[in-house]
Design a binder for this molecule. Sequence first.
Ligand SMILES: [Zn+2]
Ligand SMILES: [Zn+2]
Length: 296
Amino acid sequence: MYTDEHGNLWWKGNLHTHTTRSDGRLSPEDCIALYRAHGYDFLALTDHWKLSENAVSDDGMLLLSGCEYDFGRRVQEGIYHVVAIGCERDPMVTREDGARAAIDKIRESGGLADLAHPAWSMNTLDQLLPLDGRVDFTEIFNSVSDLPANCRPYSGEIIDLLASRGAVWKTAAVDDTHWYRRDACRAYVWVRAAECTREAILAAIRAGDFYSTESPRMAVTFDGAANCVRVRCPAEDRVSMVTYFTDTAWTGHRSDVGENLTDAAFPLTGRETFVRVEVRDADGRCGWGQTVRIQN
Ligand SMILES: [Zn+2]
Ligand SMILES: [Zn+2]
């Protein structure tokens, strides 16, 4: 947990994790202890087709119930992995449901529906646009989808293509931990909430009060008076680059570069319909902000 300059509390969590209950390498107990030792406040154990329960661990970790459901085997037909987080009751998803019905069941059961790792699944716009307005968020970065186990950890391009069609999806970075090597305690979310309870964390995620990072912290705001999108980072987080992703293929101002950047801004040109910010620190670690929709 950290407190920002305005006194807001931010809680650290991983929303996608596997254990020996499915194909992960650590037991649930060891997994929880590992993440707790790395300063996590909440964790969702999301084993394949095995629902975990809402609870608080003995060492104080908030555990959100979780499960990952997969549909489709071939890219050409569409691969959809849907992660349920924080359900109040078993959503009773079956393999016959398909992604859309599974998402609806998860939300009807009080949980969040995450469309997992769209780049790894090689999801297309045609596959994802029908899910707009149904999923709670998708994954901008998925640690286990990186080398050496996989090769497509980053889903920024499909997320920006969606936004360019007006489908502005919330995004989270997750570990999707399996091997407990480079895929553990790497990419996480900070959620702004008054307290670290299931209700408060889920409400904040639904409201978009969260962002993702491997280390550098950030605050992204729309400044209507100055007609720009502003970014603030703590000096101690050593941010060396701020990048602005938009739906203008060319822009004269794509990134700000420097040492220990604390303030940066993207002046709107009137042509972009969204701005999505990424930051990178001196060690190359990324932070990913929520997409800001721009009304022109
Ligand atoms: Zn998956
Ligand atoms: Zn997974």
